[in-house]
Design a protein around this ligand. Structure first.
Ligand code: 5GP
Length: 266
């Protein structure tokens, strides 16, 4: 992966680094394949790739609460890229091809499986509300849940039987996603614990790559994880925005600061 200055022009991207200048050809810079809530997806520089641009838009409750927060895209991109590099070093295959600039990455083009995989280590959020378990209660073992990726339906919980009945994924794909999610959870608990952050829960997405493999896609960031300070319990994630707990950026900056200067070594 490389990082460098990126210039979008009519039909190509020029990346300038200290050592080199590379031109990656795109179909059109104006082309948007998909406009998501927190990222836009553009045609990639080569076949089977896309360009993802992180946005400053913060949303909660499936878009009901929405705000532009300057610097959020850059923080999420940087944190997610760090986490993806760590996962890659530890044998997890991901969609990330190359970091293009502070808010832009090239990624493998995948068919996104329309299921969110949620892993929980501590009760919070929907789990606490649904089962009446006080927020902060440690769970005896990690909980794996699935939710249907559908904003209009508020991403409802869905079980394996329903996923198979609706042909959303095969049993083999579900088993693969679950196995990868459990491994990622173990890796990330260690990763964050070293910088005194508790990984409460998080959401993953997977995609089908052209070779049929199921690979991790989307981002892993304070937008998609609950991250609490291990000593004080302070929330450093998007719950700051969801629950109006204060400045979102300072929480995300704290996460980034600890991951980059907290003495973490993989
Ligand atoms: P809950 O089900 O309690 O609302 O969320 C569980 C975890 O998954 C939290 O860390 C939350 O941030 C993440 N999560 C659930 N749904 C979404 C979603 O649609 N987008 C993002 N970015 N994260 C989600």
């Amino acid at each position: 992966m490389i990082a460098g200055d990126l210039n979008f022009e009519q039909n190509h991207v020029t990346i300038k680094t200290n050592k080199q200048e590379r031109v990656l050809h795109m179909q059109s810079t104006d082309d948007i394949l998909y406009e998501g809530k927190s990222k836009s997806v553009h045609p990639g520089p080569c076949a089977d790739s896309v360009i993802l641009r992180y946005k400053d838009t913060a949303t909660a409750f499936n878009g009901v609460k929405k705000e532009e927060i300057s610097g959020k895209g850059k923080l999420n991109a940087t944190i997610s890229n760090l986490i993806y590099a760590y996962l890659h070093e530890n044998g997890v295959e991901t969609h990330l091809i190359e970091i293009l600039d502070e808010t832009t990455v090239a990624a493998k083009k995948v068919e996104v499986v329309p299921i969110e995989v949620i892993i929980r280590n501590v009760a919070a959020g929907r789990f606490s509300h649904t089962y009446g378990v006080p927020e902060g209660t440690p769970l005896r073992r990690a909980v794996v849940e699935f939710a249907l990726k559908d904003d209009a339906l508020d991403d409802p919980p869905i079980n394996e039987s329903q996923i198979l009945a609706l042909d959303l994924a095969t049993a083999t794909e579900l088993a693969d996603m679950t196995r990868q999610a459990v491994k990622i959870n173990e890796l990330l608990i260690t990763y964050f614990a070293k910088v005194k952050i508790r990984l409460i829960d998080f959401k993953l997405e997977f995609g089908r790559y052209k070779d049929g493999s199921i690979i991790l896609c989307d981002e892993i960031s304070p937008d998609s994880c609950r991250l609490w300070d291990a000593d004080t319990g302070q929330k450093l994630d998007k719950d700051r925005f969801r629950q109006d707990l204060g400045d979102l950026i300072s929480g995300y900056e704290e996460v980034l600061h600890r991951l980059t200067s907290g003495g973490f070594t993989s």
